[in-house]
Design a protein around this ligand. Structure first.
Ligand code: ADP
Length: 270
């Protein structure tokens, strides 16, 4: 009987040991994934300012004998350079957060400032494509959260709206209070998204039409960054689209406090 007991004990310890090893490997695997995300996110987030910089460098080159133009483009180059520095730190912060479950900072973030910053970051690229951005976000709404991360989220949606617009298109960005939430909507009149794809675009690395998407230089990470950030802030993000007609992406975030503001203004409804 003693031998049987001993065998059972050895078997139990063996199982426990295997489980410990397995747990260890799961943790190592998770850390590996986090590290891969880190690299992938950085390259994605840097693409917009880098294309702004090369567009401005081209403009600078062809304006060589017009000092006034040269000064203007040089100024914008330096703005883009500091943006590069900013985004780098934002993405580092984001990848750090990806290892966490939830974000609960007690910092008040005004939504109109988030929208303004995100739109400003996209002006150079929009202008190069002659896409007009109409902003209607004079809301007093405030949320709790991380300002830099929220700017990245809205930035990604505006950047996509421009990237998937046709030349000379129009992008609408609006924010309004609805109940105890604020809704930030980004609408474009671009290529649109088919129903099957619409269900999958928020997945990491998912891109609709490889050939078409490649032209925009994206990596399929932008929307998963948006989703992750918004969920960490207790909100959600949804998309509607009519293929060939355009798309609307809407971020909904809980207000820091319920505001006594009428909800009449409709964003981008012109
Ligand atoms: P990326 O734009 O880098 O490819 P995203 O995660 O931002 O990655 O988007 C995933 C895919 O969703 C894109 O490749 C594109 O096919 C589609 N998509 C995103 N935004 C839009 C939009 N506004 N209009 C049309 N398609 C879009």
């Amino acid at each position: 009987e003693g031998t049987v007991r001993l065998r059972v004990l050895v078997a139990r310890l063996g199982t426990r040991f295997v489980l410990l090893l397995a747990e260890d490997r799961t943790e190592a695997h998770r850390l590996d994934e986090v590290r891969r995300d880190f690299v992938a996110n950085i390259s994605h987030e840097l693409k917009t300012p880098i294309s702004s910089v090369s567009l401005l460098a081209e403009a600078l080159d062809s304006a060589a004998d017009e000092p006034e133009q040269v000064r203007r483009f040089a100024g914008r180059l330096s703005v883009e350079a500091s943006r590069l520095a900013h985004i780098t730190s934002e993405v580092i912060e984001l990848s750090r957060l990806q290892a966490r479950d939830a974000l609960r900072p007690d910092v008040i973030v005004p939504i109109d400032e988030v929208v303004a910053a995100a739109v400003d970051q996209n002006r150079v690229v929009a202008a190069a494509k002659q896409v007009a951005i109409a902003v209607r976000a004079s809301t007093k709404a405030e949320v709790y959260g991380d300002r830099a991360l929220l700017v990245v989220a809205v930035h990604n949606l505006v950047s996509n709206a421009i990237a998937y617009s046709n030349e000379g298109g129009r992008v609408g960005v609006g924010a309004k209070v609805v109940g105890d939430t604020v809704e930030i909507a980004i609408t474009d009149q671009g290529v649109g998204i088919e129903g099957d794809d619409l269900e999958r675009i928020f997945e990491r690395f998912y891109r609709v039409d490889q050939a078409r998407s490649r032209n925009t230089g994206g990596s399929g990470l932008g929307l998963s960054i948006v989703k992750h950030t918004v969920q960490n802030h207790g909100g959600d993000v949804r998309a509607w689209s009519r293929p060939g007609r355009g798309s609307t992406f809407m971020i909904r975030l809980p207000l820091a406090e319920v505001l006594q503001v009428p909800t009449s203004e409709q964003p981008g409804s012109t």
